[in-house]
Structure formats: structure tokens, C-alpha cells
Write a protein that binds this ligand. Sequence first.
Ligand code: PEP
Length: 247
Amino acid sequence: MRERLVVGNWKMNPPNIADAVELARAVAARPHGGVVVGVAPPTIALAAVADALRGRDIAVYAQDVHWEERGAFTSQIAASMLRGLATGTIVGHSEVRRDQCDDDARVAKKLARVAESGLRPLLCVGESAAEHGAGDATAVVARQIELDLAGASRRGLERLVVAYEPIWAIGTGNPATADHASAAARAVRAALKRAGLDADIVPVLYGGSVSARSVAEFAKADGIDGALVGGASLDPDEFAAIVRAFG
Ligand code: PEP
């Protein structure tokens, strides 16, 4: 039985550290029925949120990390700086790929660093609207997996999580269908196997406009083990309902 996991990606939404801590406490106060829960606060709130959640069974994730360990990289965060604050980090989110020009080569370097650091990597892949329209979704995610895993040690990837996030579904209120997500999860696992990983133990999450209303079909979708949740993770009651759907 694979782990069931739901992670809330708060992006740049909590307006300040105090609000992020309040949201973290609200998430921790709600029942999650055996589902593994994580939250990814903005970097500036990581330490305060980690503190607020100490001793609670909620994992804290960073939203991104740099591939170098030290040096002249203004504004960036090294994996070693996350020790004690986060159990893992998102890598390759489409908004970082879009806004910070992260291509697969950069994502691969980040993933290699995360794997080496002992943090849990949560790798995001997913096709654009144009690629979706052309019927290329599974080919695109398979290629991303191949390129993104290129430099990482297989031992460091033992706790890898993959989030399949079609870009056209993120923040649009228009989620993929469960069948589409399942087909992508199959393509992800086939690519993981080709890359030498035990794909059967890797949780594959679906992300893209998951809400309390849309979650039920993903919770029973073949090959989908949880969700990466953006907008709906900012409402602790709605997030708790999404978490419980995977229980
Ligand atoms: C995301 O960006 O990771 C995401 C899934 O966002 P939303 O749930 O808002 O579509």
C-alpha cells in the first residue's frame, strides 16, 4: 500500500508570517484521518511555521531550493539551510519554471541537490495547454521525468514524491479528469521505472484546481495517491475536507 499524501502549496499567499503561523495551527487542529499532510509556506515563514508545528504530525516543505550549497546567489536558499525547518521541498513547480526560467536542466540540478541533502523531493511535472491540446501530455511528463532525474543519486530518491500538475488546470477552476490524471500517473511510473526507480512505492499526487468539490474523483483515481493543493489549501476547512477524502 502506497502512502497517501496531501500537501498544501501556499505560494506567495499568506500576507505575513503571523498569518502563515495561524494557518499552520488551523491545519494542525483539524483531523486528517491517517493521511500524511504537508504544508509549503513562503520561505520567509518557514522557521515560524516549523516552530508552530513542532511535535505535530504535519510535514513542512519549502517551495523551491537552489542547486548550489553556498555562494553568490542573491535571494536563493540552499538545501542545507532548510535542515531543521523542512522535511522536504517542492522542485520544478510550473510557476518557478515559468517565472524563474527553470528548465529541465536546472530542475535536474536542484533535484540532485535535494536527493543528496536528505530532504524529501516533491517533483512537479505537467504539460502546457498547447501540449495538452496536441494530445502530448503523457509524452511530455515522461520526458520531464527522464530529464529531471538525470543527475540524482537513486538512493537519494528513495522518498521521492511526484506531483502531476497540468499547467492548464492550475488556478483555473478547471481540473483535469480523473482518467487524464491516471493516464499521466501511469506515464510517470513507466518513466520512473525506466530511470531505475521502484516506481510502485513512489506516491504520485494530482495537482490543479483540486477543491472539496472536485477531490472525490481524484481520491479514487487509479494510480493517484494524494494531491498538491494550491488555492484550496488556504482555507483550513476545505483543505481538511480534501485531506480526509484520501483517507
Ligand atoms: C499548484 O499550483 O500547485 C496548484 C495545484 O494550484 P491550484 O490548486 O490553485 O490549482
